[in-house]
Design a binder for this molecule. Structure first.
Ligand SMILES: [Zn+2]
Length: 378
């Protein structure tokens, strides 16, 4: 546009010049006109050159602007890239922060857990310390008790030795006592004619059989057990023998054997003993047995006859009253009747007989044997 305006102005100037030249043409020569045309052509070339310069300047300016734009775009892209990187970094940082927060929370939880464990350990430690103290106390106590036990063990040992010696002495005494009992028993058998076999406890129990004799004291093959067994068996035997008196506090008025007859009929054999006591005093069974007879029999008056172990019979005569019936079983000490004066009697007394196989034996033989047999050891 500027070029067109400038062109018009140049053309106007050219027209004016032409008009002036035409007016003067007459006055001037053709040569002058040519010179003017050359000058105008020179001016036109200068104008074209100026236009080119302007064009070049504009193009350079455009080029510079383009370069600036390119630079700006590059910078913008760079900035965008930086921004993107920065955003990515921010995201990474945020993620890192979250990770760190998670880790921190975990660490806190772990810390709390550890703190709890520490507390537990501390409590355990306290308990362990208490337990240690208790254990030490228990150990000391155990040591003390052990000492006491050792002392007691030593004392027990000494006591055991003393007891052993005492036992030996007791055994020796027992053997002596047993010997006396054995002698008493042998004497009883000899004096009464009783058959030892009949009193064999083993045979009575349907056992071994064979002659029953107590073990000989001091024999090599006998122990304390054998001695004790013999004692028990002897007790059993004694229970079956009339070793007790039928009257406890009676007075012996007539012994066993030959004597002068109380009714004045010269000397006669007294098959029993007479025991004077008050009328009505209970007469007691001297051993366990069975009532063989209970009633009146001639000179004996009211009489009770007991049957004991094999062939052994006891008689109780001149009773005032009978308290048992034939066939009845009695134990030692049972009242079988009362003292009286029935039959051939001079006053209240008991005529007491012991018979072995029908043969009269002095009742005191049994009483004395019983006394020896029942003698306590010592
Ligand atoms: Zn008599």
């Amino acid at each position: 546009m500027r070029l067109n305006g400038r062109g018009r102005a140049l053309a106007g100037a050219l027209l004016l010049t032409v008009l002036v030249a035409a007016a003067t043409f007459a006055a001037t020569t053709i040569l002058g006109l040519r010179a003017e045309l050359e000058r105008l052509a020179g001016e036109r070339a200068a104008a074209v050159r100026a236009e080119a310069a302007v064009r070049r300047a504009w193009q350079s300016e455009v080029e510079a602007l383009r370069t600036e734009l390119t630079t700006a775009r590059r910078q913008r892209d760079e900035a965008r890239a930086r921004l993107a990187r920065t955003r990515a970094q921010v995201r990474e940082l945020a993620a890192e922060v979250r990770r760190l927060q998670t880790a921190l929370a975990a660490a806190e939880a772990r810390r709390k857990e550890l703190a709890g464990q520490v507390a537990v350990l501390a409590r355990d430690n306290r308990r362990l310390a208490e337990r240690m103290v208790a254990l030490r106390t228990a150990r000391d106590e155990a040591a003390r008790q052990l000492k006491g036990l050792r002392w007691r063990a030593e004392r027990a040992e000494a006591r055991a030795q003393a007891l052993e010696a005492q036992q030996k002495r007791a055994l020796a005494a027992l053997e002596t006592w047993l010997g006396r009992r054995r002698e008493a028993l042998a004497r009883l058998f000899a004096e009464t004619g009783l058959d030892p076999d009949a009193f064999d406890p083993a045979e009575a129990a349907g056992g071994r059989g064979g002659p029953w004799l107590p073990p000989r004291p001091g024999a090599a093959d006998e122990g304390l057990e054998a001695l004790l067994r013999w004692v028990v068996e002897t007790e059993d035997l004694v229970r079956r023998l009339p070793v007790a008196m039928p009257l406890i506090r009676a007075r012996l008025t007539s012994p066993f054997g030959n004597r002068r007859d109380p009714f004045g009929r010269g000397r006669g054999f007294h098959a029993g003993i007479d025991l004077a006591d008050r009328r009505g005093t209970p007469v007691r069974a001297p051993a366990a047995g069975r009532v063989r007879f209970a009633g009146r029999r001639g000179a004996y008056g009211l009489m009770v006859e007991l049957e004991h172990a094999d062939g052994l019979i006891t008689r109780f005569a001149h009773l005032g009253r009978i308290q048992v019936k034939p066939g009845q079983r009695v134990r030692r000490g049972d009242a079988i009747g009362r003292v009286g004066s029935s039959g051939r009697s001079t006053g209240p007394h008991l005529h007491y007989e012991v018979r072995v196989d029908g043969r009269p034996v002095d009742p005191f033989t049994f009483v004395e044997a019983g006394r020896d047999l029942l003698l306590p050891p010592g």
